[in-house]
Design a binder for this molecule. Structure first.
Ligand code: ZN
Length: 141
């Protein structure tokens, strides 16, 4: 997915230009809340920014791999093999240091629908929101 032009819309379905949406977070700005972090992680998957996914994942996340190079390869393979068709936020429950975001990610893999809904848990560590874990739920049509 090429997104070099300023006018390209952000892949997180915000309808905002990438530059004014998730790009600042991908460049190092801390997401102000878990919702922005969640959106920017979806956009990072869409853009193949594996390192952003890795650095915004909590150390306690069960999917975190012992081998970073292996994890990075898996993330890149997932990004390459997936069409990111949109994101729909269902619920955002904010908190001081713990927050939840429920969403549906619209995905396609090998021509087949791979959409899913998830309730994600985020924890704030040293002023930075991190994705801790998620419960995948039955896809809501
Ligand atoms: Zn965005």
């Amino acid at each position: 997915m090429e997104l070099s032009e300023d006018t390209k819309l952000c892949p997180c379905s915000s309808k905002l230009p990438y530059q004014q949406c998730c790009q600042p977070y991908h460049k190092g700005k801390h997401a102000p809340n878990a919702l922005n972090l969640m959106r920017s992680r979806y956009a990072a998957y869409a853009l193949g920014l594996a390192d952003y996914i890795i650095t915004t994942t909590h150390p306690k996340n069960p999917a975190r791999k012992a081998s970073l190079p292996l994890w990075r390869r898996e993330l890149l393979a997932f990004s390459r093999g997936t069409k990111f068709k949109g994101l729909s936020i269902l619920e955002f429950s904010d908190g001081e240091s713990e927050a939840y975001v429920s969403f549906t990610a619209y995905l396609e893999q090998a021509g087949k629908d791979a959409s899913f809904s998830e309730r994600s848990r985020f924890l704030k560590e040293k002023g930075k929101w991190l994705y801790e874990s998620g419960n995948v739920q039955k896809f809501l049509v």
